[in-house]
Design a protein around this ligand. Structure first.
Ligand code: ZN
Length: 678
C-alpha cells in the first residue's frame, strides 16, 4: 500500500534560515507544464555506501528501469504505440517548432510520459491534446514511415485511423479505472488488465471460483496476468518468461542476477533469487515465498521493491501494476520510526477500536526511513512518500510487513515548495500558520510513519471474512483506516512521552492541514466537473467531510468565507475533532473487520466522492493565481560506473543535470524492450 504526497505544498518550514546558513545550489525544481511540476531529488549520503553496495544499487537501478514499458502497456493497450509515435515526431520533426500546435504537442508528450499513458495519473480520466488532428496527421506523415509503430502489414493511413480517436475522442477509453458501482467497471475501464469483450460478472465469477475459503494462506490470484477470452474460455496470459511482457522481464532478470552477485548477505541473495524464480515461472506461490523472505530481511542497508505490486490500477483490485523503487537506509531518521514500531502493541491496545477487531499481538512491524536511489514503473515520475508491503493479508499477519518513509523525496517536496505563498493563501489564522511553519514537516513525516508502521498493520478481520469483501471500496477504506490511526495518535500525549514531538500543540499543524486539504485544497487536483476517483483522495475527502458533518452542530470545524469570498477552514475545537476521528476509526475498522460492503459503500458514496462545484472553481482559481502545480513528479539522478584502465568498476558516480524530456527520451531509447503491441 502506498501513501502519496499532497502535503508538500503546505510546508514552508524554516527554509529562510537554512538557506542563509547553507548556500546549497541544488536546484529542486526542473520544470512545470499542465498541472504538473517536475522536481529532482538528492541521494543524500550516497558516499556513505561501500563500493559493493553502490554496485548492488546500480544493478537494482537497471532492473528498475527496464519495466517502464510494462506499465505503459498495462495502463492501456495503445499507450506504447502513442508514446512511440509522439517520440518519433519529437526526435524527427522538421516543421515550425515555435508554432502553437507544436508547443501543445510537447506538453501532451510530457503529460503522456508523466502518466505512463494517455490517462491522468491521479484523476484517471483521459486528457486530450491541445493540438489539432491536422497537425498530428501532418506530423506523422512528415517523418520516415519506418518510424511509425504501425501493426505488421498496416499502412500509415490505417494506423492513423486506428490511433487518432484513441488520442482525440474523449468518449473512447474515457477512464483508466472506473470505480462507479453503477457501471460494469471492467467494460468501462480503459486499462489493459483484461482482454476485450470481458464483463465484470465474468471476471468476478472466474476469480470467485479460484477462491478457497478454507485456505488460510491463499496465493494472491490473478495478480500478474491479463485475463483473456480465447475460444469462449477465460484464460490468464501470465507475465513471465515465455509469457506476456517476456522481453522486458528478461532484462529485469538479467540485472537482478547481476545484483545477486553484490548481495550484502545470504538473506538478501535468497530474496533476489526467489524474485528471479517468480519472474521466470510467474508462480504466485513463489511470489509469496519471495515476499516472506523479503519481509525477513531487515539487516541489509540496500533494499528494493521490484514487481507487480499495487492493485489501484484495477477497479476490482486484482491485477497489479509494475513498479520499482531502490533505496538504502537513512540511519538517523530510522531511529525515530523504530521508537514507533517498538510500541506497536501499546497503540493497538489503546485504540478506540472495538476489542474483537484488534490484533492480540501486532507482529513484526519494521519501520525504517530510506533514501531513494531510483524510481521506476508506477513509482515514476509521480512517487509515493511511504510504502508498506507486502499486500498479502496472511503474510502480514504471520510475518509482518516492512514499512518505509522516503526522506529524500519528502525533503525535495519541502524544499521545492518553500516560499510558494500557499500557507498565506489558504491557512485561516496566524496561530495555525505559525504551527504549520514550525511543525508542518515534522508532523507530516510523523503522520506518514504512523500511517505506514501502525495504521496498515493494525486490526484484524473476523474469522471467515473475505479480505476482498469491500471490492471497489476496499482501497479507500484501507487508506482511511491507516490515516485515521495516524491522526488519532498524533495528538496523543504518548507522542511527547516517546519524544516524537516536543510541543503538545504541534499535532494541530497536521490536523489543520488534513482538514484544509480534505475539504478544500485537494480539489485543485481534479478537473472541473469531475468527482473524486482516486483512493487516497477519496479517503481524505471521506475523513474530512465525515468529521465536518458530525461536528457541524457543535461547530467543531467550520468553513468560513472572508470578505473576498475566499473559503477557509476554521477549527474551533481540536479536542472534539480528535474524538470524532476516534469514532470514525472505530467505524471504519468495524467495516473492514466485518467485510461490511454496504457500510463501506454508504460512507464512500456519501462523503468521499462528490465535489462542490462552486468551491471547486474557487480553489482552482486560487491555485492559478499562485502558480502552483497541483501534482508533482521527479526525474531520477544519472548513475555512471567509473572504470579503471583494466575495465574494473572503481566507483559509481551520480549526476543531477539531466532534464525531464532528455531523461524520458533516454529511457525510451535504452530501456524499451517491449513490442508496441502485446
Ligand atoms: Zn497507505
Amino acid at each position: 500500500m502506498i501513501l502519496s504526497i499532497l502535503t508538500c505544498i503546505f510546508c514552508t518550514n524554516t527554509q529562510t534560515e537554512k538557506q542563509e546558513t547553507e548556500p546549497v545550489a541544488f536546484d529542486y525544481n526542473v520544470e512545470k507544464f499542465a498541472d504538473l511540476g517536475i522536481l529532482r531529488y538528492q541521494v543524500t549520503d550516497w558516499d556513505s555506501l561501500s563500493l559493493k553496495q553502490k554496485q548492488l544499487v546500480y544493478c537494482l537501478n537497471e532492473a528498475a528501469l527496464y519495466g517502464r514499458d510494462i506499465l505503459f502497456d498495462q495502463n492501456n493497450r495503445y499507450n506504447l504505440a502513442i508514446r512511440r509515435t509522439l517520440e518519433a515526431i519529437y526526435a524527427n520533426y522538421q516543421g515550425d517548432k515555435t508554432a502553437k500546435d507544436y508547443e501543445e504537442f510537447v506538453v501532451y508528450l510530457k503529460r503522456v510520459w508523466f502518466s505512463n499513458g494517455i490517462h491522468h495519473h491521479y484523476g484517471e480520466e483521459k486528457f486530450l491534446p491541445g493540438f489539432s488532428e491536422t497537425f498530428f496527421f501532418d506530423a506523422v506523415k512528415s517523418i520516415d514511415s519506418s518510424l511509425v509503430p504501425a501493426k505488421a502489414g498496416q499502412s500509415v493511413d490505417d494506423f492513423l485511423s486506428e490511433i487518432t480517436p484513441v488520442i482525440f475522442d474523449a468518449a473512447l477509453f474515457a477512464k483508466k479505472v472506473n470505480q462507479d458501482s453503477n457501471v460494469d467497471v471492467i467494460v468501462h475501464s480503459a486499462n489493459n488488465y483484461y482482454g476485450e469483450n470481458l464483463t465484470q460478472q465474468e471476471v468476478e465469477k472466474f476469480y470467485a471460483d479460484m477462491k478457497n475459503p478454507s485456505d488460510s494462506t491463499p496465493v494472491p490470484f490473478g495478480l500478474n496476468s491479463r485475463l483473456e477470452k480465447k475460444d469462449g474460455q477465460l484464460v490468464e496470459n501470465v507475465y513471465k518468461i515465455g509469457g506476456l511482457y517476456a522481453p522486458a522481464i528478461e532484462h529485469i532478470i538479467y540485472w537482478l542476477e547481476e545484483a545477486a552477485k553484490y548481495a550484502e548477505n545470504n538473506q538478501q541473495k535468497l530474496v533476489i533469487d526467489l524474485l528471479v524464480d517468480f519472474y521466470k515461472t510467474g508462480s504466485l506461490k513463489k511470489y509469496d515465498e519471495y515476499s516472506i523472505e523479503w519481509v525477513k530481511d531487515t539487516e541489509s542497508v540496500v533494499d528494493f521493491v521490484n514487481g507487480f505490486t499495487e492493485s489501484y490500477g484495477d477497479a476490482l483490485g486484482i491485477k497489479a501494476s509494475w513498479e520499482s523503487l531502490v533505496n538504502f537506509k537513512d540511519l538517523k531518521a530510522t531511529a525515530l520510526t523504530k521508537v514507533i514500531s517498538e510500541n506497536a502493541q501499546w497503540f493497538e491496545d489503546h485504540s478506540p477500536v472495538a476489542p474483537q477487531f484488534k490484533k492480540k499481538s501486532v507482529k513484526g512491524i519494521t519501520a525504517k526511513t530510506i533514501t531513494a536511489t531510483i524510481l521506476g514503473g508506477d513509482c515514476y515520475p509521480a512517487t509515493p512518500i511511504g510504502i508498506n508491503l507486502p499486500n498479502s493479508n496472511w503474510i502480514r499477519k504471520d510475518f509482518g510487513s516492512k514499512s518505509v518513509t522516503i526522506t529524500n523525496i519528502t525533503e525535495a517536496y519541502d524544499k521545492a515548495a518553500a516560499g510558494s505563498g500557499f500557507n498565506d493563501e489558504f491557512v485561516c489564522c496566524e496561530h495555525e500558520k505559525a504551527l504549520i511553519t514550525q511543525y508542518g514537516t515534522q508532523t507530516d513525516n510523523l503522520h506518514t510513519d504512523l500511517h505506514e508502521c501502525l495504521g496498515h498493520a493494525s486490526g484484524q478481520l473476523l474469522p471467515g471474512v473475505d479480505p476482498d469483501a469491500l471490492k471497489v471500496y476496499g482501497s479507500t477504506i484501507e487508506e482511511a483506516r491507516a490515516d485515521l490511526f495516524g491522526l488519532y495518535y498524533i495528538s496523543d500525549p504518548k507522542m511527547l512521552e516517546l519524544g516524537l514531538l516536543d510541543n503538545p500543540e504541534a499535532y494541530k499543524a497536521e490536523y489543520y492541514k488534513y482538514m484544509m486539504n480534505g475539504l478544500i485544497t485537494q480539489l485543485s487536483r481534479i478537473e472541473i466537473g469531475r468527482n473524486i476517483e482516486e483512493a487516497h483522495m477519496r479517503n481524505r475527502s471521506l475523513i474530512a467531510h465525515w468529521v465536518f458533518e458530525q461536528g457541524r452542530k457543535d461547530k467543531v470545524v467550520e468553513l468560513l468565507r472572508n470578505e473576498n469570498n475566499k473559503t477557509y477552514v476554521v477549527i474551533n475545537d481540536y479536542d472534539k475533532l480528535r474524538t470524532l476521528i476516534g469514532e470514525l476509526l472505530a467505524e471504519i475498522q468495524r467495516i473492514k473487520s466485518e467485510g461490511d460492503f454496504k457500510g463501506a459503500q454508504k460512507l464512500v458514496e456519501q462523503y468521499a466522492v462528490n465535489v462542490d462545484l462552486t468551491l471547486h472553481k474557487e480553489v482552482k482559481e486560487r491555485y492559478t493565481q499562485l502558480n502552483i502545480a497541483p501534482y508533482k513528479g521527479f526525474v531520477n539522478p544519472v548513475y555512471e560506473a567509473i572504470k579503471n584502465k583494466k575495465g574494473v568498476i572503481i566507483d559509481i558516480k551520480i549526476t543531477y543535470s539531466e532534464g525531464y524530456a532528455e531523461q524520458m527520451m533516454r529511457y525510451s531509447t535504452n530501456y524499451s524492450p517491449l513490442p508496441t503491441y502485446n
